[in-house]
Design a protein around this ligand. Structure first.
Ligand code: ATP
Length: 270
């Protein structure tokens, strides 16, 4: 029997139908699903299966969701860790977490290893010898490179990593045989926003006042995560008003609230 797919919140059952839009990115990761399900088809002809791919794009656009969907579609275990979990102040801890992660993954292959925020550990190494925390981060990065080189390309472990800053990554990570494929995950356009709203409206009790197309037009620049937020917020607002369904006005109020939050966020970062 197949291993269950777990992440830290328990079993996950994400598939491509949970990922709206992102049609190019989905096409690219479909091949990875094939590598996991049917490796022999490639290796019998002498092909080497890629070890990993880098998902690149702004926050909240579905990189983690897509990585989980790859595991879900291939029905393989999903191991995930955030780059920031590797960066520790104590000497050797980051490198040993990397070793542990890959040891577990190799035991459970075929599987997906997902490293979110890889830039936290994978920023370009300094030219001069560094001290303290930076040194420790470099040890962790070196361990990651060693692990990636250490297993054969046909081991059944495929590593997906996510970043919104591919430009600051150490070039060693992007070399052939490591993350030599980059998959772009962009903010959704109008049609994609309609599709994302439809995914997140599946479990929400709406009434006929709702017009998804209009909502999508009101939300340029929103990420998938922002849209998921709008839907949830609208349901909470309707409930607060003791309504039996979520109406157009509740969605409008939710959009205003999220836009307020986005404005605050951009004031802080600029
Ligand atoms: P970060 O860079 O901040 O880690 P991310 O790109 O990994 O973000 P996710 O964590 O995958 O983004 O997205 C957060 C949530 O937003 C998802 O769990 C999902 O509910 C929703 N979401 C984002 N993109 C999409 C999408 N394309 N289709 C459907 N839902 C989406």
């Amino acid at each position: 029997s197949k291993a269950k797919i777990f992440d830290k919140d328990g079993p996950i059952q994400v598939t491509f139908k949970d990922v709206a839009g992102l049609s190019e990115a989905k096409t690219e990761v479909e091949e990875i699903v094939e590598f996991l399900k049917n490796p022999k088809r490639y290796t019998d002809l002498g092909g080497k299966i890629p070890k990993g791919a880098l998902l690149v794009g702004p926050p909240g656009t579905g990189k983690t969701l897509l990585a989980k969907a790859v595991a879900g579609e291939a029905n393989v275990p999903f191991f995930s860790m955030s780059g920031s979990d590797f960066v520790e102040m104590f000497v050797g801890v980051g490198a040993s977490r990397v070793r542990d992660l890959f040891r577990q993954a190799k035991e459970k292959a075929p599987c997906i290893v997902f490293i979110d925020e890889i830039d936290a550990v994978g920023r370009a190494r300094g030219k001069k010898p560094n001290m303290g925390a930076n040194d420790e981060r470099e040890n962790t990065l070196n361990q990651l490179l060693t692990e990636m080189d250490g297993f054969g390309s046909n081991s059944g472990v495929i590593i997906l990593a996510a970043t919104n800053r591919a430009d600051i990554l150490d070039k060693a990570l992007l070399r052939a045989g490591r993350f030599d494929r980059q998959i772009y995950v962009d903010l959704p356009d109008l049609n994609d926003r309609v599709a994302i709203f439809n995914v997140h409206l599946r479990n929400i009790k709406t009434d006929e006042s709702l017009d998804v197309e209009t909502l999508a037009r009101q939300t340029p620049g929103f990420s998938g995560a922002d849209i998921a937020n709008v839907c949830n917020e609208a349901a909470l607002i309707a409930a607060r008003h003791n309504k039996s369904s979520v109406q157009r006005q509740d969605f409008n109020d939710a959009v205003d609230r999220i836009i307020g939050g986005l404005e605050k966020r951009s004031k802080i970062t600029t």
